[in-house]
Design a protein around this ligand. Structure first.
Ligand SMILES: *Cc1c(COP(=O)(O)O)cnc(C)c1O
Length: 365
């Protein structure tokens, strides 16, 4: 059986280093916002090329705190509209709702699954005060086009980089391509902890100060509370794990791109539509997503042949019970994508034998 993602294999590579780091934490007993968190914040900011990084409890909170932070700074206000891609993971939209803002669902470009400048332009109104660009599946959205719109409209451009650690283009790396960015270190992500984790990167000193307050009870000094904060700190043990795994993020991403290229060259089956990839480093292949006509049949064929596959994601956000206020929206591109997509295994731990076996099974379909 080729597993979709073998987290044990992925993390077991680092077992010896993990044990040393966890042993140190046990000795230091500095569990909350300890030395591992500040080390990770420095190193991840350096990795992304940003001035600042603030660790948070998870990716949803990272997004929410960015929005709450900009509200606190007066850059946006409650009730303002925020453009989001209609086909994103629901967290993007939940962050907008949690910050008392109003999501505007924009259809993606079907070729890239990401927001394009063209469709975003058409959705701009005077109430739209921010855009959240999601780098879905690890591929950068139209960074240049969306930055041009944000600049022309004088609105914020926020990155949901939860699937795009290390993706880059001429102007920089994910995390450094808008006003602020949110990352998730959920175990399955390209940089994954052994539990939950998240981060906010930016070059904005004011935002940095506010989100640092928000994640820690609105407190800079213990028992002094400046704003109505949250408890959303990156756990120090998770930061210790992330410090170790950050060192192999680039080689892991290279391996993912290698597998993706190998699939793209060798899967030759007119029944399987392969993803668009421009062969640059603008993609880190968090997911390798193909499209098929009869998905149930395709997925059970894969299963019978020992290949586990997943769907990112089976139900579009506006059709979720949680978002029933948006159920009336007519989003045909998004709905069509959600019916057809299947994610194939692209773990860094796949062996060459497994990759070839997978290609054979796909070509025999
Ligand atoms: C994983 C993910 C998130 C949320 O991250 P959590 O750490 O699970 O809260 C947000 N947006 C996207 C696109 C994601 O893939």
């Amino acid at each position: 059986m080729i597993k979709f993602l073998d987290l044990h294999k992925i993390n077991n590579r680092f077992r010896a280093e993990f044990e040393i780091a966890l042993g140190k934490s046990l000795d230091n007993s500095n569990y909350i916002l300890g030395p591992n968190v500040s080390k990770f914040e420095n190193e991840f900011a350096h990795y992304c090329g940003t001035k600042y990084c603030v660790g948070t409890a998870n990716g949803l909170d990272a997004l929410t705190l960015i929005l709450k932070g900009y509200i606190h700074l007066g850059k946006i206000k409650k009730g303002d509209k925020v453009i989001v891609p209609a086909n994103t993971f629901i967290a993007t939209i939940l962050s907008v709702l949690h910050a008392d803002l109003v999501p505007v669902f924009v259809e993606p470009n079907h070729k890239t699954y990401n927001l394009s400048a063209h469709k975003v332009s058409a959705a701009i109104t005077k109430d739209v005060k921010a855009i959240i660009m999601v780098h879905l599946y690890g591929q950068l959205a139209d960074v240049e086009g969306l930055n041009a719109i944000a600049k022309a409209q004088n609105i914020l451009l926020i990155e949901d980089a939860a699937q795009a650690h290390g993706s880059m283009c001429d102007t920089g790396k994910a995390g450094n391509l808008g006003n602020a960015a949110a990352f998730s270190f959920y175990p399955s992500k390209n940089l994954g902890a052994l539990g939950d984790g998240g981060a906010i990167t930016s070059n904005d000193s004011e935002l940095n100060e506010v989100v640092k307050l928000y994640r820690n009870y609105g407190s800079k000094e213990k028992y002094t509370n400046e704003i109505v904060g949250f408890n959303s700190r990156l756990d120090d043990l998770q930061a210790a794990i992330l410090n170790i795994k950050l060192k192999t993020l680039d080689t892991d991403n290279e391996r993912r791109r290698f597998i993706a290229n190998y699939y793209l060259e060798n899967i030759i089956n007119p029944k399987i539509q392969l993803p668009f990839y421009n062969k640059s480093m603008n993609h880190v292949f968090y997911a390798f997503v193909v499209e098929v006509e009869n998905r149930d049949r395709f997925m059970s064929y894969l299963e019978k042949n020992g290949i586990e596959s997943l769907i990112h994601y089976p139900i579009p956000p506006h059709q979720q019970k949680a978002l029933k206020n948006y159920a009336h929206l007519n989003l045909p591109i998004t709905e069509n994508i959600h019916k057809r997509i299947v994610s194939l295994p692209i773990s860094v731990m796949l062996s060459d034998v497994e990759i070839r076996m997978l290609i054979k099974v796909l070509n025999d379909y």
